[in-house]
Design a protein around this ligand. Structure first.
Ligand code: WT7
Length: 631
């Protein structure tokens, strides 16, 4: 089995082999990594408990695979190329040799501060090299990282820290993101007030702002690192030991901690990176995500480093200082593979082609998208203006829970069809299910997207609550991993992802549960009840539409709406703030008290003439009021 697929017919052969002999297939791929001890059993599984164990009995450390094993041949090659928020600030190149030293030192600082194998460490950081280094340092000593995107509020951060009972929080004094400056440490201070589990806050200096340090709890990284050495042996980990927890939203109120393990995640992160991006030695690869999301974990840090690649890490945003920044950085660093989100593509498309024209973009070879369905218009613009019709577009479908890319072309090997992710990667067995859970065999059909056989980087559990993992992913359809997405297969069998079929809204490629946002809105003292739905949004893919019942009627609804937005920012973060708020006096409910979201969705989508049957409502009159109010 080739580690790197290099023709479409080879893909077809490998795919077939992987379905017929999954264990042999993955053993073969796994043999490309360095293991401290080989596994006794390749796979043990059942989707009922669920229990999935890959490479059982094996020992490894993922950082040895990401760093140490490249030192013999690539010590002086750039591992991480860091581009700051401000284009006038100097970029940084961290070679594999440097990375080894910095990760070891950081790991020693962790140990010195009481962190050991199995302990949970929360990372709430800017997109600076120290974030990637901290991730790797945690993994090096066998601690479990839980990275929380630095756009989440103190409340969300506290919830995540407590859920995983993190011993340490790693943060920075402040963060630059576009024109914004955010005092991260202050947010951590506020969060940690409610977190008894936190013993240490380790602070990196980024902005050199005046920062209060709590004696006995807070330490500066630059002080701590003075006391440690350059060597730190990698902790031998069981293949099934947890590597990290990453929180993601679902259809219930509370985000859940998706758990990934060391061995399987490593094998799939490395394999999928190599194949989807067709990375060649010497290339510069750039994924624009934040490490706070799974995309950043797998395709900024682990996947590229496992392959000895040069991975570009960007601190800023696409529109700062202007809407040409992505393209300027591509030219500046001769980027060969570029991976971003449809929302960024649409936003930049809307800014006008004049921001692209000054740049040649001629280093690009493969361009990719992830996070949400890409509409044809955005796909075409990306293809023509960025890929210059010579770069294959990899439309990569996957999820936090899948750990790595599941459906995508492998660079140029695979179909190029707008809005279609295409075929599954070798080793991945997706199916479409009908309402009853029967597999749909024919093409040109639509159904629920599920996966019928385990793959190495799949979710193992939800932290602290295995039942929840079972209920959310393995109970809708017995014997399948259920994705929560709807999909179609075209005449040739290419998958097209339609979107979520559950109460999850995908805003700019980020997931929020409707219940989660409703809970936040309901924290506002003026609010009696609320219902949230998604609606099509030109840039974000989906926007958030909130219907709110107030405790007392007010005259100034603009003021109340602004207050509600503030509450959501405090409870979750600015990324979850509603785009539209409609004050209503009632919600469409069935006699059993269930909100009929279908109706609210239709109104939000601007199709009040397509409400369907509303006769089962407790009070059909509220619908007329809502429709009127929406206009
Ligand atoms: C959900 C997962 C996985 C990285 C980023 C998001 C949607 C993801 C695509 C795509 C259509 C996509 C799905 C999925 N999604 N990629 N290429 N085409 N939809 O991770 O937050 O775990 O969200 O994002 O709805 O279920 P996530």
């Amino acid at each position: 089995m080739a580690y790197r697929v290099s023709s479409f017919s080879q893909y077809e052969q490998d795919y077939q082999f992987s379905v017929e002999n999954p264990e042999a297939f993955w053993e073969d791929i796994a043999s490309n990594y360095s293991w401290i001890r080989k596994w006794d059993k390749t796979l043990e599984w059942n989707f009922d408990e669920p229990k999935v164990e890959w490479f059982k009995g094996a020992k490894l450390n993922i950082t040895e695979n990401c760093i140490d094993r490249h030192l013999a041949s690539k010590a002086n090659q750039t591992a991480i190329l860091w581009e700051p928020n401000d284009p006038k600030e100097r970029f940084k190149k961290i070679t594999y040799q440097d990375l080894h030293q910095q990760v070891c030192r950081f790991a020693n600082v962790l140990k010195r501060n009481g962190v050991g194998k199995g302990d949970r460490v929360c990372l709430y950081m800017p997109m600076i090299p120290e974030l990637a280094i901290a991730v790797l340092a945690t993994a090096r000593i066998g601690a479990i990282h839980s990275v929380v995107f630095a756009g989440f509020s103190a409340q969300s951060l506290a919830d995540r820290i407590n859920d995983a009972t993190c011993k340490m929080v790693i943060t920075a004094d402040g963060l630059y993101r576009g024109a914004k400056e955010i005092p991260l440490k202050n947010i951590v201070d506020e969060a940690v007030e409610d977190c008894e589990c936190v013993e240490r806050v380790l602070v990196i200096e980024r902005t050199a702002w005046n920062t209060e340090m709590q004696a006995g709890r807070d330490v500066w990284y630059h002080d701590e690192v003075q006391h440690v050495g350059d060597e730190c042996p990698a902790e031998p980990m069981d293949a099934e030991d947890p590597l990290f927890i990453l929180y993601t939203s679902g259809s219930t109120g509370k985000p859940k901690g998706v758990v990934h393990t060391c061995g399987g995640y490593m094998v799939y992160a490395g394999y999928s990176f190599q194949n989807v991006f067709q990375y060649d030695p010497g290339d510069t690869y750039w994924c624009t995500a934040d490490i706070g999301w799974i995309t950043g974990h797998t395709y900024i840090v682990y996947g590229p480093l496992l392959n000895g690649a040069t991975t570009l890490m960007f601190e800023g945003v696409p529109t700062y200082p202007d809407a040409g920044r992505f393209w300027q950085v591509c030219d500046k660093h001769h980027v060969n593979q570029f991976y971003t989100a449809p929302t960024a593509i649409r936003a930049l498309m809307a800014c006008g082609d004049e921001h692209v024209l000054p740049y040649s973009l001629n280093s690009l070879r493969v361009i990719g998208t992830v996070g949400e369905p890409i509409n044809e218009e955005a796909w075409n613009w990306y293809n023509v203006h960025i890929g210059k019709e010579k770069c294959p577009i990899v439309d990569t479908w996957w999820q936090t829970e899948t750990g790595g890319i599941m459906i995508s072309s492998l660079g140029e090997y695979g179909p190029q069809k707008a809005a279609h992710a295409g075929f599954p990667l070798p080793g991945i067995q997706p199916v479409l299910l009908d309402e009853k859970g029967n597999e749909i065999q024919e093409n040109e059909k639509e159904g629920y997207l599920a996966v019928k056989f385990p793959w190495p980087s799949m979710i193992r559990t939800t932290w602290g609550d295995h039942e929840r993992c079972k209920k959310v992913y393995f109970s809708h359809y017995n014997g399948y991993y259920f994705t929560g997405d709807g999909a179609k297969r075209d005449a040739k069998g290419l998958y097209r992802i339609i979107g979520r079929v559950d109460d999850v809204i995908n805003v700019s490629g980020h997931r929020f549960g409707t219940a989660e946002i409703e809970n936040a809105i309901n924290q506002n003292i003026h609010v009696a009840e609320s219902a949230v739905v998604g609606y099509p949004h030109d840039i974000k893919g989906q926007g958030i539409y909130a219907y709110v019942i107030l405790r007392k009627p007010v005259d100034d609804t603009d003021f109340i709406s602004a207050e509600i937005i503030e509450t959501v920012k405090e409870e979750i973060g600015a990324i979850a703030k509603p785009d539209k708020i409609q004050i209503v006096s009632g919600l469409p409910k069935t006699r059993s008290g269930k909100i009929m979201r279908r109706i609210l969705r239709k109104v939000a989508e601007g199709e009040p003439d397509k409400l369907g049957d509303i006769s089962t409502l407790l009070d059909p009159n509220v619908v007329a009021e809502i429709v009127k109010g929406a206009q």
